[in-house]
Design a protein around this ligand. Structure first.
Ligand SMILES: NC(=O)c1ccc[n+]([C@@H]2O[C@H](COP(=O)([O-])OP(=O)(O)OC[C@H]3O[C@@H](n4cnc5c(N)ncnc54)[C@H](O)[C@@H]3O)[C@@H](O)[C@H]2O)c1
Length: 473
C-alpha cells in the first residue's frame, strides 16, 4: 500500500474512531509507560494519571524519576505539581530509572525523549534510537499486543524508518502483529500545558494500524471527542507544519509592525482589524496547496508593499519572498509540462481564476508564453473568455502590464477553442488550472493515454493512475 493510500484509508476512519469498533480501553484496564520525564513526558504522565490511568515513568536521570515518585514535577508548570501529588497519593504513578521495567509493566509506551540538535544543527536521533531499542528488547519477552506512541518531534519518516526497524529487530516481532506504532504530536503550550492537555487545540493520531489507532483514541477520547486520524508520516508533518505556521504568523505580524511604524500607523490598530476578518484572513481559505496566485489585486499589492518597504529601508524578507515563491510555483507547473516534449498540450482554464474573464497576472498565461517560446503546440478552453471580446479590452490590460506576453496575446484568439471537447480531442496532455465540475468530468472521460497535469486538486482522493500528475500531491 502506498503512503498516500494508507493516509486515505486512515483519514477516512476519523469518524469511525469516534465510535470505535475495538473494545474501549477503559482507564482501569490500560496502564501506560512514559519514557523521558522532561517537559512533554511529565505533562503527559501527570495529566493521564489524573484521568485515572496507571502510569509508569522512566528517565535516565534519577533526580527526575525521584521527583515524580515524590509527587513533584520536574518542570515549573501551572497545576502540574498538584496533579502529580494527588496521583501519587492515589497510587497511580510510579517512576524509576529502569526504562525496561516501566515498559514491561504496561500496555502502551509513550516515547517522550528529547531530540537535541547536533553541532551541525540537525536533529540527533540517538536518544530515540536508544529508547526504541529498550522497548524492542522488552517486547521480545512480553506476550500480548503493545502500542508504542512516539511523541518526540521528528522529521517525516523517522517513526517508520528509524523507530520501527529498531523495534522489529530488537523484538523479533513484526509491526502490526506483535505491536502497533502511533505518532501523536503534542500541541500544548508551555505555561498553560495542563490546561491545553485537557482542552487540546486538536488531537492527531498517526497510526500504523487500526488496533493501535483505536487503543490510543480510547485514551484521548476522555479529553477530546473529535480525534483526527491519519498515517504516521502525515502526523509527523502536521507537527512541523503547525509550528512553521505559528512562526510565519509571528514573522508576518512583525513585518507589518516594522512597516507600520515607519509610516507612522499603529500596527495594533491595523492587526486588530485584520483579525476581525474570519472569512478570508483567519480561516481555511487560501490554505490548500495548488497553483500560483494571480489577478489584479494580489501580485500588484504585494509589489506595492515591497516598494513601500524599500522606500523606507525596512527589511521585510518574508514579504520580499512572496512573489519569488509564487514564480517558483509557475516554474513547477512548467517543469511538469516539459516532461512531455513534443506532446500537444490542452489548457482547461485560462483566466487568473474560474468564472472570471480577468487575464491580468494569470499564471496560466505565463505557462502558455513559455510553451510558445519552446515551440510546443497547445490549445485552450475557458468558458468565461469569448474570443471576440478577449481580443479587445482584456488583452489590452495584459499588454500594458506584461509586454513580454504580447506575442502570446497575438496568437491566443487562434488557440482558444469554443468548446471543451475540441481541446480534449486534440491534446496529449491536459493542464487543469480551474477547479470546476465540468473539468472533473472531462478528465474522467478523457481518451485512454491522455495525461492530466492537475494544478488545482480536482479530486479529494488522488487518482491512482500513472497518467494523472498533481502539482503538490
Ligand atoms: N517542550 C516542548 O514544548 C515540546 C513541544 C513539542 C514537541 N517537543 C518534542 O518532544 C520531545 C521531548 O521534548 P522535551 O522538551 O520534553 O525534552 P526534555 O529534554 O525536556 O526531556 C527529554 C527527557 O528524556 C530523557 N531521556 C533521554 N534519553 C532517554 C532514554 N534513553 N531513556 C529514558 N529517558 C531518556 C532525558 O533525560 C530528559 O529528561 C522532543 O523531541 C521535543 O522536540 C517538545
Amino acid at each position: 500500500m502506498t503512503a498516500m493510500q494508507a493516509l486515505k484509508d486512515l483519514s477516512a476512519q476519523t469518524d469511525k474512531y469516534q465510535h470505535s469498533e475495538y473494545p474501549e480501553m477503559t482507564v482501569d484496564r490500560l496502564s501506560i509507560s512514559v519514557i523521558g520525564l522532561g517537559y512533554v513526558g511529565v505533562v503527559t504522565l501527570g495529566c493521564l494519571a489524573n484521568l485515572g490511568f496507571r502510569m509508569h515513568g522512566a528517565d535516565i536521570i534519577e533526580k527526575k524519576s525521584n521527583a515524580v515518585n515524590a509527587g513533584r514535577s520536574t518542570i515549573d508548570e501551572e497545576g502540574l505539581g498538584d496533579l502529580l501529588r494527588d496521583s501519587v497519593a492515589r497510587g497511580l504513578v510510579q517512576a524509576s530509572t529502569d526504562v525496561k521495567d516501566a515498559i514491561r509493566a504496561t500496555d502502551m509506551t509513550f516515547l517522550c525523549v528529547g531530540t537535541p540538535e547536533s553541532e551541525d544543527g540537525a536533529d540527533n536521533f540517538d536518544t530515540i534510537r536508544d529508547a526504541s531499542r529498550a522497548v524492542g528488547e522488552v517486547l521480545a519477552e512480553k506476550d500480548g499486543y503493545h502500542v508504542v506512541v512516539v511523541r518526540s518531534s521528528a522529521p517525516p519518516g523517522t517513526t517508520m524508518n528509524v523507530v520501527v526497524p529498531i523495534l522489529e529487530e530488537a523484538s523479533g516481532k513484526s509491526l502490526n502483529t506483535g505491536f502497533g506504532v502511533c505518532f501523536n504530536p503534542q500541541f500544548f503550550r508551555e505555561g498553560v500545558a495542563v490546561a491545553d492537555f485537557y482542552a487540546p487545540s486538536k488531537t492527531v493520531i498517526g497510526a500504523s494500524d487500526h488496533r493501535a489507532a483505536a487503543m490510543l483514541a480510547s485514551v484521548y477520547r476522555l479529553v477530546d471527542d473529535r480525534i483526527l486520524m491519519c498515517n504516521i508520516t502525515a502526523a509527523e508533518m502536521v507537527k512541523y507544519i503547525d509550528n512553521v505556521w505559528h512562526a510565519t504568523k509571528v514573522t508576518f505580524s512583525n513585518e507589518v509592525g516594522r512597516l507600520c511604524k515607519a509610516v507612522e500607523i499603529d500596527s495594533h490598530e491595523v492587526m486588530n482589524i485584520f483579525v476581525q476578518d474570519q472569512k478570508l484572513n483567519l480561516s481555511p481559505y487560501y490554505l490548500k496547496p495548488g497553483f500560483a496566485f494571480g489577478g489584479s489585486c494580489l501580485p500588484q499589492e504585494v509589489r506595492a508593499i515591497e516598494d513601500l518597504a524599500k522606500n523606507f529601508q525596512i527589511q521585510t524578507p518574508l514579504f520580499q519572498s512572496i512573489l519569488k515563491s509564487n514564480a517558483m510555483q509557475i516554474e513547477e507547473g512548467l517543469r511538469m509540462i516539459r516532461k512531455f516534449p513534443g506532446k500537444r498540450i490542452g489548457f482547461l482554464g485560462v483566466a487568473f481564476k474560474c468564472d472570471s474573464d480577468d487575464l491580468r497576472d494569470s499564471p496560466a498565461l505565463e505557462l502558455m508564453a513559455a510553451l510558445l517560446n519552446d515551440g510546443t503546440g497547445f490549445s485552450a478552453f475557458d468558458p468565461s473568455l469569448r474570443i471576440s471580446e478577449v481580443s479587445r479590452g482584456h488583452f489590452e490590460d495584459v499588454r500594458r502590464s506584461r509586454p513580454k506576453l504580447n506575442e502570446l496575446l497575438d496568437y491566443l484568439p487562434k488557440l482558444l477553442r469554443p468548446n471543451l471537447e475540441e481541446v480534449i480531442a486534440e491534446s496529449d496532455v491536459l493542464v487543469i488550472s480551474h477547479n470546476k465540475d465540468y473539468y472533473r468530468q472531462a478528465v474522467l472521460r478523457r481518451p485512454k493515454g491522455t495525461h492530466v497535469i492537475d494544478l488545482v486538486r480536482l479530486f479529494k482522493d488522488v487518482p491512482d493512475d500513472p497518467t494523472y500528475h498533481g502539482i503538490s500531491w
